[in-house]
Design a protein around this ligand. Sequence first.
Ligand code: GRF
Length: 224
Amino acid sequence: MTIAKKRTAILISGRGSNMMSLVEAMRDSKYPAEPVIVISNRPDAAGLEWAQSEGVPTLALDHKLYENREHFEGQLHSVLEMSKADLVCLAGFMRILTAGFVEKWRDKLLNIHPALLPAFKGLDTHARALAAGVRIHGCTVHVVRPDMDSGPIIAQAAVPVLDDDTAKTLGERVLAAEHRLYPHALALFARGDARVADERIVLAQGVNQTDSLFSPALGYAEKT
Ligand code: GRF
C-alpha cells in the first residue's frame, strides 16, 4: 500500500542536526512525510551542503538582502508555495516569524524547542534550566502560534539534569533527545494521529503511558 506523504519543507539557520534527523527518518518508505526543500536564511549554514548531498533541494534565502521582515517572508512564502509544501518544520531556524506569516501556515508549521515548554521560552535554555535548579529538563515539538515558543504541544521528551551538568553537557543530552523526538512528533502530526482541537493536541489513540520519570531516580538514597 502506498501512503500519502506530506510534502515537508525544513527551515534551518545553521548546523542543521535536527533537519538531518528528519530527513533520515523520511528515508523510510513507511514514514508519512517527505522532504521537498531545505531553506536556510543563512547562506553559510552547514546543513545546506548536507541536504544537497542527500539529494534534497536546498535554497539559501539571505534575510539580510531583504528590505524588511515582510519582504523576506513574502519570498519565503512564495518558495514554500512553489514547493507545494503541506507542512513546514522549523529546525533551529533563528528568525522570528511575523504573525501574518504564521497565520498563513496555521496548523502546518511545527517547531522544536530545547526545553519543556512553557518553561524556558527563548534562548539559553540549558543555562537557565541549570540556574533554576530543575531536576528534569527536555525538549518540545509544538505547532507554531504567533507568540514566540507557544502553540499546541505535540510531544515532549524529558531529560534528567545531572549534578555535574554544564549547559554544554546538558545541551548535548537534550539535543540527542531532540533528534528522536522531532521525527516522532512529525510522524504523528503528518499521519493525522495528532491534531489540533481547541488549541490543544488530541492524540488519535490517547496516551496509555502512566509511569513517571523520577529524577533523581527512586532508590537513589539507598545506593549512596
Ligand atoms: C536545537 O537545539 C533546536 O531545538 C533549537 O536550535 C537548535 C538547532 O540545532 N531551536 P540544529 O541546527 O538542529 O543542530
